[in-house]
Design a protein around this ligand. Structure first.
Ligand code: PHE
Length: 444
């Protein structure tokens, strides 16, 4: 059986942007930004995207395209059958399942807010509403609904499922977000939100450098879908004619653009409604986006329609990411164990039904998985991939990097390999250490 592949170059780019753009941009990014000093966080985050994110993305692309395999099969084969490297790849496959187990719960919340926007049932008491629906049997129900939508697309396969779906979703997301941002910025009082978000605050950064660095790094990996093997898997469906560096930069720019755009919706709206970051929105936590924006939508004309538009966008963005999480273990079963795509998808959805259900019933578990565990797994995972590319693939990696690239880009190959070998894994291991220390209660 021939392996699947993308139909068009744009199809691949949009699918990868679809994976990158998701709850990470719209739900996690404003929350992290609000918790970490606004503009100070934004600056560090953008720097990490550029200096660590883009080279890291290219490392995953190189592994995927060269091996034409899922992460576990890719590292195993490219290392000529090393079981230990295979295990590093398998760690990514497992991370995909862990990610989906919390992501699908949040996806369920979004689905519920989208439906509830029609009647505005959460407008009266936004805080109490979120507390009532976030965890419990109903949350399990919505998680299952979101998971079913995810599985439905993945069963369709690479071209007819993922590529077709993301080609419609991505333009829709951008158009709706631009319209919403224009509206949010024009609200009276929105200016304070803009300056919180965009005026650089050097003092804050100086005082909280390590905390800002740790969360900005975790967020940068999460938003670019790095450290799991999603980008390995997506690039494994690529041919040699692609300029990986060009595609990678386009993906990073588009993803960052949508993230910044989401901030232009969320912050002006929060400040226009509350005058400052107060209440639940200021305290951070997983409910910030929901409670803050629900409050805002309840106070403006056409609030229900605007809320439906907003949560509709978020459902699409979440789905185009969740499919990329499920695709990793599916590709693993299809490639390595000859399981049929449909069977693999159903079996894995069955597993996530339970692991996600546990998260939907237990707020403590959810918080740990969505925050700490994910940060640690992504950082460790990407460090593993980089060391692999830098030290095992070495010159072959530069060759793969150069295939399909323009001469200007090819000239960057050696510098890229050097960074992948040295400073980037060191940076990630440093971040991992800071995060582990924070977990042990030791702040720097
Ligand atoms: N990047 C996605 C988001 O921002 C999340 C994601 C992480 C998807 C890792 C796949 C792999 O929502």
């Amino acid at each position: 059986m021939t392996r699947e592949s993308w139909h068009t170059r744009l199809g691949f780019i949009l699918a990868a942007v679809g994976s990158a753009v998701g709850l990470g941009n719209i739900w996690r990014f404003p929350w992290m930004t609000a918790d970490n000093g606004g503009s100070a966080f934004l600056v560090v985050y953008l720097a990490i995207i550029l200096l660590v994110g883009v080279p890291g993305l290219l490392a995953e692309f190189v592994i995927g395209r060269r091996s034409q395999r899922n992460p576990a099969g890719a590292l195993y084969r490219l290392s000529s059958g090393s079981k230990s490297w295979g295990a590093v790849g398998l760690f990514g496959v497992v991370t995909g399942v862990v990610l989906l187990s919390f992501y699908s719960v949040v996806g369920g919340w979004i689905l519920r807010y989208f439906l509830a926007s029609a009647t505005g049932s959460y407008f009266g008491e936004p805080g109490a509403y979120f507390d009532a629906i976030a965890f419990g049997p109903e949350a399990v129900g919505f998680h299952v609904g979101f998971l079913a939508l995810t599985a439905l697309i993945v069963v369709g396969g690479v071209r007819d499922g993922i590529e077709k779906a993301t080609k419609v979703m991505m333009p829709a997301i951008v158009v709706l977000l631009v319209a919403l941002a224009g509206w949010a910025i024009s609200q009276p009082g929105a200016g304070a939100g803009l300056s919180f978000y965009l005026d650089f605050d050097a003092g804050y950064l100086q005082e909280n450098f390590f905390a800002v660095l740790g969360s900005a790094a975790g967020q940068a990996l999460f938003t670019l879908s790095l450290g799991v093997g999603t980008m390995i898997t997506y690039a494994s469906y690529l041919g040699d004619d692609h300029n990986l560096a060009f595609d990678g930069s386009a993906i990073a720019v588009l993803n960052t653009g949508v993230g910044v755009l989401a901030g232009l919706v969320v912050f002006p709206l929060l400040f226009a409604t509350f005058g400052e970051l107060t209440g639940p929105a200021a305290g951070g936590g997983e409910g910030a986006l929901f409670v803050g924006l629900a409050g805002a939508f309840s106070q403006v004309p056409f609030g229900r329609a605007l809320a439906m538009a907003f949560f509709g966008v978020v459902v699409l963005a979440a789905l185009s990411s969740s499919i990329s999480m499920l695709e990793i273990p599916v590709a693993y079963l299809v490639d390595e164990h000859d399981v049929e795509r449909r069977t693999a998808t159903l079996a894995l959805a069955g597993v996530v039904l339970f692991t996600g259900g546990a998260n939907a019933l237990n707020p403590g578990l959810f918080g740990f998985v969505a925050g700490t565990l994910v940060d640690l797994m992504l950082t460790a995972g990407l460090a593993g991939f980089l060391v692999f590319v830098g030290w095992v693939l070495g010159k072959d990696a530069v060759e793969e990097f150069s295939t399909g690239a323009s001469p200007g880009v090819r000239a960057l190959g050696p510098a890229w390999l050097w960074s992948v070998r040295t400073i980037l894994p060191l940076f990630l291991l440093g971040t991992l250490a800071v995060n582990l220390l924070a977990l042990a209660g030791i702040g720097l």
